[in-house]
Ligand binder design. Sequence first.
Ligand code: NAD
Length: 262
Amino acid sequence: MSEKLNGRSIIVTGAGRGIGEAMARGLAAKGASLTIADIDGGAAEKVAASIRDTGGKAIAATVDVTKRESARNMIGAAVAAHGKLDVIFNNAGIAQTKPFLSITDEDWRRVMDVNGLGVLICMQEAIRQMLTQGHGGKVINTASIAGRQGYEPLAHYSASKFAAVALTQAAARAFGKDKINVNAICPGVVATDMWKTIDKGFVEEGLTQRDNQAFEAFSADILLGRPSRSDDLVGVACFLASSASDYMTGQSLIVDGGMVLL
Ligand code: NAD
């Protein structure tokens, strides 16, 4: 997919590292003007600076996607820097592995807060901005294969990713008439720090070992023979941000090396 993204103003949340960082770098390399958004403002600034150092366009924004005012400020920063908002990747997320019967009410709320409410808030605020501009736009949510099938030991995470898929479909139905495409990317098992858990509040005895076991167990049956690297998601991200995907909406694209075959 060689289409340039020159002039497109794109926000990527959770772009301070991992999949979001790789997608943001790939989008910037195609000429897009990036807003690198993350709750870790220092990490976001580092990614933005290194994109600028290689001739790309990027600003950093500190955001907590679970806070509406913070999401509004992020969108305001993107519009102030790049003049508009064309595309948002709602990619920020957290994960936790825990046996089904051990999931607490608090675990559920924390995972759903970022992966569910955070996606809803950023979708709403971005779509409001796109409607004001009046020339359509693209919303892309990072869901997961765990949003297409329920997985153990991450039932609450799976539920939060089903929520992201549902929000994708509902918004696609609501805003197709406004030329706003809404799609999702469903990665499989991607080697990122997420597997070490980003949320130190979740760390408990044995968690890292359990995460490693889960990573290895999930990786065992991948048809292409290896877990994903963050870079494996870049091609589909560029496609969904480009006019090549203009006739596609409401879809959740599985990019998992061959784990879930639907
Ligand atoms: P990661 O932990 O490496 O990166 C996530 C980023 O999101 C971090 O930079 C973090 O600071 C940021 N973040 C967390 N909470 C935030 C908040 N409230 N507001 C703003 N930013 C916040 O994770 P990753 O593996 O790159 O995952 C990115 C997305 O892909 C997530 O939605 C994840 O659920 C999804 N995903 C990951 C995998 C995988 O195997 N790694 C598989 C499928 C889907």
